[in-house]
Design a protein around this ligand. Structure first.
Ligand code: PLP
Length: 374
């Protein structure tokens, strides 16, 4: 077997063809002297509102700050409860805790890795101010029953769509289904800047205005503060770069989906699925955007070491669910509380699926995996 380098993500392959255009956009901002908010951010917000089919888009400093401001806009504060999945990137639970609210954690559906809607509905109480479904790896959570559970107690549904721009649930784009949607432009996401950035989305102009207010220390007009917000502004340089990349997201998504389909064919042909490897699925009525291609693998850590030795980049998303994190020890959860999430944390492995991945690289990854199980 010849040796090949297959990184988990190749940003050079994505950004290099757009370099001249991105540098021109950066120069435009440089020359404009408008470095904070201003026309670039406003244009990006309008373009994204059209793209995402939502009423309001508010550019913010990161996906984490999108979650934080969305929860603030939903009225989450001390003594509130927020129901979410125990299996996600830390920001999902961290933003709840930072507002002094209590993360009420629930297990995942083992087939999709997303919040189990029945468990979420059972966890809702009169103190629940919000529910955060996470569209993990680029696949929408099962939103209808979650929206229904929120409505029974007047809780907001805050979609964590950081990994899922363009994903659909029953024909509808995520981020515009719940009360608020949160996106990230961190470099590993399907639309990524040259640094940090994010947006909050909503179908409700009033909610959008509230997020806009929170973004600038709650001031309206300047120096007169309605509420306590923060500096959650999106950088004009990032907005300019994101405007160059946005028109390509649909094509990149097609390529990610092609790569996922190709992995499916290659893995089945190699007989790997009969050795206990479980491939990601796309339930009927869902449109997966494959921010990550995550398999469930017997002897996961040894497989990861084997792939590393073969030059294949992988990652574990995520090795420890929230309920077992030291910083949440005072929530009182015990090991075994959420068996599906705990199993996923010890069995899942993300493989390269970025749009520019070649067929030869994918065959190499599949050969390396089947070599391990042979
Ligand atoms: C990336 C991510 C975030 C946070 O986004 P940042 O821009 O890195 O702050 C939140 N939730 C999920 C599920 C993510 O993947």
């Amino acid at each position: 077997m010849c040796h090949m380098k297959v990184p988990l993500l190749d940003l050079y392959a994505q950004n290099e063809p757009l370099k001249a255009e991105m540098l021109a956009a950066i120069t435009r901002v440089f020359d404009s002297q408008r470095y904070i908010l201003g026309p670039e951010v406003e244009q990006l917000e309008l373009e994204l509102a059209t793209w995402l089919q939502v009423k309001a888009v508010v550019g913010v400093s990161s996906g984490t700050d999108a979650l934080l401001t969305a929860l603030m806009a939903a009225g989450v504060g001390p003594d509130a409860e927020v129901v979410t999945s125990t299996y996600s990137f830390f920001a999902t639970a961290g933003s709840i805790a930072r507002l002094g609210a209590r993360p009420v954690l629930v297990d995942i559906d083992p087939a999709t890795y997303n919040l189990d809607p029945a468990a979420a509905a059972a966890a809702v109480t009169s103190r629940t101010r919000a529910i955060i479904p996470v569209h993990l790896f680029g696949l929408s959570a099962d939103l209808d029953p979650i929206v229904e559970a929120g409505a029974t107690v007047g809780a907001a549904v805050v979609e964590d769509a950081a990994q899922a721009i363009g994903a659909r649930y029953k024909q509808r784009l995520v981020g515009g289904i719940g009360t608020l949607g949160c996106f990230s432009f961190y470099p590993s996401k399907n639309l990524s800047g040259l640094g940090d950035g994010g947006v909050v989305t909503t179908r409700d102009d009033e909610v959008g205005n509230r997020v806009r207010l929170l973004r600038v220390h709650g001031a309206s007009p300047k120096y007169f503060h309605e509420v306590v917000g923060g500096n959650f502004r999106l950088d004009a340089f990032q907005a300019a770069v994101l405007r160059v990349k946005l028109p390509h997201v649909a094509d990149w998504t097609k390529l990610r989906r092609r790569n996922a389909r190709r992995y499916g064919e290659l893995f089945r042909a190699a007989g790997v699925t009969s050795r206990g490897v479980v491939l990601p699925s796309e339930p009927d009525g869902y449109f997966h955007v494959f921010n990550q291609y995550v398999i469930r693998a017997p002897r996961r850590d040894a497989l990861r070491a084997h792939l590393h030795a073969r030059g294949v980049g992988t990652e574990i998303y995520y090795p420890r669910p929230f309920h077992l994190q030291r910083c949440f020890a005072d929530l009182g959860y015990r090991e075994g509380a959420f068996p599906h999430a705990e199993a996923a944390a010890s069995e899942t492995l993300a493989l390269p699926v970025y749009p520019e991945l070649s067929e030869a690289q994918q065959s190499y990854v599949v050969d390396a995996v089947s070599e391990f199980y042979a």
